[in-house]
Design a protein around this ligand. Sequence first.
Ligand SMILES: NC(=O)c1ccc[n+]([C@@H]2O[C@H](COP(=O)([O-])OP(=O)(O)OC[C@H]3O[C@@H](n4cnc5c(N)ncnc54)[C@H](OP(=O)(O)O)[C@@H]3O)[C@@H](O)[C@H]2O)c1
Length: 238
Amino acid sequence: MPLSDNMGHGRLILENAPEGVGIMKITVLGTGMVGDAIATRLIKLGHEVRMGSRTNQNPNAEAWVKRCGHLASQGDFANSATFGEMVFNCTNGATAIEALTAAGASNLAGKILVDVSNALDISMQPPGLLYGRNTSLGERLQAAFPKVRVVKTLNTVNCKVMVAPRQIPGAHNIFVSGNDPGAKTSVSEFLCSFGWEKAEIIDLGDITTARGPEMFLPLWLRLYGALGTGAFNIKVVR
Ligand SMILES: NC(=O)c1ccc[n+]([C@@H]2O[C@H](COP(=O)([O-])OP(=O)(O)OC[C@H]3O[C@@H](n4cnc5c(N)ncnc54)[C@H](OP(=O)(O)O)[C@@H]3O)[C@@H](O)[C@H]2O)c1
């Protein structure tokens, strides 16, 4: 389904972008390296992007706006959530529910929430998982915000790989999990605009399937330690 159908807005189709990805107003909640990487990539694709934080004067967000120019703006979580037609959750996974509560359930209702967060337990090294086995952060967010269309994706790769997957040679995979098929199609089109190939995107199923990609983190962290770089990904071979 083209994004414009989903969002109820007739919008420009981007040059060089996969069919269906139109210019949009997008919210990126999170001012860390992931929020910065995704928000910057979205600006380069021509979208209007607002970066959200606990305050409306976050120094990282201010620096990002300065760097990215007229399509970039910043606000607190609630103001930013109101702005976007689609929302990326790039907040700390351990406190993501608090961040989205501050963003406001009514400001998020009906929108796609692309959840790239991981709920890490940093009381141990390397970090462990706060949730796993019988639940996931993706499911907890979907349950806490039932009117939001949560799509879990991109959490299995470093933020530089998220937005520039072709820096890894050859084909490699990324996963999507979510209850709303239309939302997953729209997010997949976005992933293609970031540089992912359609054939590399694996739809795992409903939001309960976010458990697997979230439980991949302990292996990702060990691979990071062993390889000494975050510039890697996995390929599913069959
Ligand atoms: N680093 C990677 O390459 C990578 C890869 C895959 C997934 N992830 C996941 O992506 C997410 C973002 O990672 P990151 O390293 O960019 O940033 P981060 O440091 O994990 O999170 C920063 C964001 O979380 C917000 N935050 C922190 N404590 C909060 C609280 N108590 N209540 C509400 N909001 C709070 C911050 O708000 P303020 O703006 O107000 O400070 C900030 O916007 C994480 O969930 C991480 O696990 C990271």
